[in-house]
Design a binder for this molecule. Structure first.
Ligand code: NAD
Length: 254
């Protein structure tokens, strides 16, 4: 469990899955810098990590704002002198109303979704790449979604933004692989965490179980974190340019 010993990981986006990611990265020995637009949420996670003996720092980060992203990268470099991993995990999911398809969804919601999810991942990537290129090493992980390729009657803006993130990942893997930078995407389907459990009707969770090959449970942040830790570690050093579906077989992609 020390595959990430001394690695510095900037994790953008706390929340349900982000909490699991931060905890796992720290358990494996990484120094975690956790940024979120909700700084209190990030701080709470960091306090928990510190209480269990891990190393982590919280900061305010608006992943869709260039200045804020650059400041987070500068703060990470100031504290640790390097960045081994970037995990872009935050998202806006404002178009989940099943009554709203392309004809009904307000254009402002579409624009805001692309601004945060697609442009935000682009900004975070741009901000860390020069450091990783100079180091000759780095691993970038993006949290995407099965929505990027599954089709659906809702979530049109979100699905498009997640597909954009996958295109970004392929670009980074191809262009900066020779410089030692790897880029990969994790695509979860339904992943239950406390905030979701509070709002989702049990029937929704049963539906997610029914849709997957694994029926005994739904996905949890720990499942995403296990894959992320591999991708951040040297054990994952020959994996790049991939979309890793951690979804219990909800969508079986060739
Ligand atoms: N939970 C699921 O079922 C599921 C399924 C597929 C994909 N995903 C993806 O997993 C990731 C995490 O999802 P989650 O369920 O943990 O969501 P969540 O809402 O619990 O966490 C998202 C976090 O992102 C933060 N955030 C939002 N905008 C931000 C910004 N501009 N800058 C910085 N932080 C910002 C929020 O404050 C929040 O802490 C997302 O990318 C999501 O699309 C989740």
């Amino acid at each position: 469990m020390d595959r990430l010993k001394d690695k510095v990981i900037l994790l953008a986006g706390a929340g349900g899955i982000g909490t699991g990611l931060a905890q796992r990265y720290a358990q494996e020995g990484a120094k975690v810098v956790l940024g979120d637009i909700n700084e209190d949420a990030a701080r709470q996670v960091v306090e928990g990590i510190k209480a269990s003996g891990g190393e982590a720092t919280a900061l305010l980060l608006d992943g869709s704002d260039e200045e804020s992203v650059n400041a987070a990268v500068a703060a990470t470099l100031n504290a640790y002198g390097r960045i081994d991993g970037l995990h872009a995990n935050f998202a806006l999911m404002a178009d989940s109303n099943p009554m709203e398809g392309i004809l009904e969804l307000p254009l402002e919601v579409f624009d805001e979704t692309q601004r945060i999810n697609a442009r935000g991942f682009y900004l975070c990537t741009r901000a860390v790449l020069p450091t990783m290129i100079e180091q000759g090493s780095g691993s970038i992980v993006y949290t995407s979604s099965a929505a990027a390729y599954s089709g659906g009657a809702a979530f049109v803006a979100y699905a498009m933004s997640k597909a954009a993130g996958q295109a970004l990942m392929r670009h980074v893997a191809t262009r900066y692989g020779p410089a030692g930078v790897r880029a990969n995407t994790i695509a979860p389907a339904m992943t239950i965490h406390p905030a979701l459990e509070e709002v989702l009707p049990p029937a929704f969770i049963d539906g997610a179980k029914a849709a997957a090959c694994i029926k005994s449970r739904v996905g949890r942040p720990e499942d995403i974190a296990a894959m992320a830790a591999l991708l951040m570690s040297d054990e994952g050093s020959y994996i790049t340019g991939q979309v890793m579906c951690v979804d219990g077989g909800t969508i079986i992609r060739a």
